[in-house]
Design a binder for this molecule. Structure first.
Ligand SMILES: [Mn+2]
Length: 355
C-alpha cells in the first residue's frame, strides 16, 4: 500500500470496527450517508462501506435522499439502501418509531461528502448523531470530528474506501475477498471509473490503476461498469443530449461554453433528469474551451449547474458562489426555485469577471 494512504485508512478502519462493536453490543444500526444528486463515487463508496460492515457482522444501511438512478441498477445493491421518504417498510417504520429494523441509529459515516447540508433530506439525521466518521476527497470541510479522513489528492472516495477495506482485512485477520464481496468490489470500481472519467482525468495516478486492478480481481467487471455508466443510453437521452449540444453558446472569446436545458425540454424529449449528463465534459473538450457549464431545470423547479474546466479555472470556487462545491476541475451547484434564464445571465456575468 502506498505510504500516503496508510495512516488515514488505518484510522478509518479502526473507527469503523469500533462502531461495529459498539452498535452490535447496543443493538443499534449504522447509517452511511452520501451526497444528494448521487453519482457513481458516492454510491460506490457508501455501498462499499455498508457491505463491509455487514460482512463483519454489523448492521448498516446507506441513507439516500433520492432514488438510485436507473443506470446504476446493474450494480444490484438496492437492498443496501434506506430512503427515509419512500414507501418502503423500513422508511414507514422510521417515520413512525424512529427505528430501522427495530434498531436505533448508533453511529453515522459519510462518504464522498462531509456535511449534512450536502445530503438533502438525510442531512438532518446525519446532523443529529454525534458519533461521525468521514471518508472524503473534497477539500472544503467544516465538520468537526476526530474521525475524519480527507484526502483531496485521492481520485475518488471509492479509492479511499478500498484502502479502508485492506486495513480492515489486516486488523481482523480476514481475507480481503471476505470483506469486499464481488458486488461491493463492482460498486467501488464504479466510483473510481466515474470520478476519473474512465481513468482519463488528471486525478488518475498509478495507484488508482493498481486499485482498479485489484477490484477487478475481487469480481468487479470493468466493461460492465463502463458500458452501464458511460456508453449505454436511451433513445430519448441520446436525442436530448444532441439538442443540448446544438444549443451551446460561446462567450469570452470562445473560452466559455454554456448550454441551458429548461424542464420543458426534458418533457418534450421524454428523458429523465440525467438526460444531459454526458454533455458538460464533451463541451469542456472542445478546442479552446477552458470552462463548460450546463444549467438544467429540474421538475422541482430547482436549477442545477454542472461545471468543468480544462486547465486553470477554479470550478469549486465558482460553484461556492452559488452555494455549491466540488473539485477544482469539476464542481456543481443547485439553486432552489430560480428562473433558469436569469441564473444563466448571472452565471455569464460572473464568468466574464472571473475567467
Ligand atoms: Mn467523488
Amino acid at each position: 500500500m502506498r505510504e500516503r494512504y496508510k495512516e488515514g485508512s488505518a484510522r478509518s478502519a479502526k473507527n469503523i470496527l469500533s462502531v461495529i462493536e459498539k452498535t452490535k453490543a447496543d443493538n443499534e444500526v449504522i447509517l452511511v450517508f452520501l451526497h444528494r444528486s448521487v453519482d457513481g463515487d458516492c454510491v460506490g463508496s457508501s455501498s462499499g462501506v455498508v457491505s463491509m460492515i455487514r460482512a463483519l457482522g454489523g448492521d448498516a444501511y446507506v441513507a439516500i435522499p433520492e432514488s438510485l438512478p436507473e443506470n446504476m441498477s446493474f450494480l444490484k445493491i438496492d437492498e443496501l439502501f434506506f430512503q427515509p421518504d419512500s414507501d418502503s417498510d423500513l422508511a414507514k417504520e422510521y417515520r413512525t418509531n424512529g427505528t430501522i429494523g427495530g434498531k436505533k441509529i448508533g453511529a453515522v459515516v459519510a462518504c464522498d461528502c462531509s456535511e449534512g447540508s450536502r445530503m438533502g433530506i438525510c442531512g438532518e439525521i446525519f446532523d443529529s448523531i454525534s458519533s461521525k466518521i468521514v471518508i472524503d476527497h473534497h477539500a472544503s470541510v467544516t465538520t468537526r470530528s476526530d474521525n475524519l479522513w480527507i484526502d483531496p489528492d485521492s481520485s475518488s472516495a471509492c479509492e479511499m474506501v478500498f484502502y479502508v477495506a485492506c486495513q480492515m482485512a489486516e486488523l481482523t485477520g480476514k481475507e480481503l475477498k471476505d470483506i469486499l464481496h464481488p458486488n461491493a468490489a463492482k460498486a467501488v470500481l464504479a466510483g473510481i471509473v466515474t470520478d476519473t472519467g474512465r481513468f482519463t482525468f488528471k486525478n488518475t495516478r498509478p495507484e488508482t490503476l493498481e486499485t482498479a486492478g485489484m477490484l477487478i480481481d475481487l469480481g468487479g467487471d470493468i466493461s460492465e461498469v463502463c458500458y452501464n455508466l458511460f456508453d449505454r443510453k436511451t433513445k430519448q437521452k441520446f436525442l436530448l443530449s444532441a439538442k443540448a449540444r446544438s444549443e451551446v453558446k460561446f462567450y469570452c472569446d470562445d473560452k466559455f461554453a454554456l448550454t441551458v436545458v429548461p424542464y420543458s425540454q426534458f418533457v418534450e424529449y421524454g428523458a429523465g433528469p440525467d438526460g444531459v449528463d454526458d454533455v458538460v465534459s464533451a463541451m469542456r473538450d472542445i478546442d479552446g474551451v477552458e470552462l463548460a457549464i450546463v444549467l438544467r431545470q429540474l421538475e422541482s423547479g430547482e436549477i442545477r449547474g454542472n461545471i468543468r474546466s480544462q486547465e486553470y479555472f477554479d470550478c469549486s470556487k465558482f460553484a461556492e458562489g452559488f452555494g455549491g462545491g466540488g473539485h477544482v476541475r469539476a464542481a456543481g451547484f443547485t439553486v432552489k426555485n430560480g428562473d433558469v434564464i436569469e441564473i444563466a445571465e448571472e452565471v455569464i456575468k460572473r464568468v466574464q469577471a472571473d475567467i
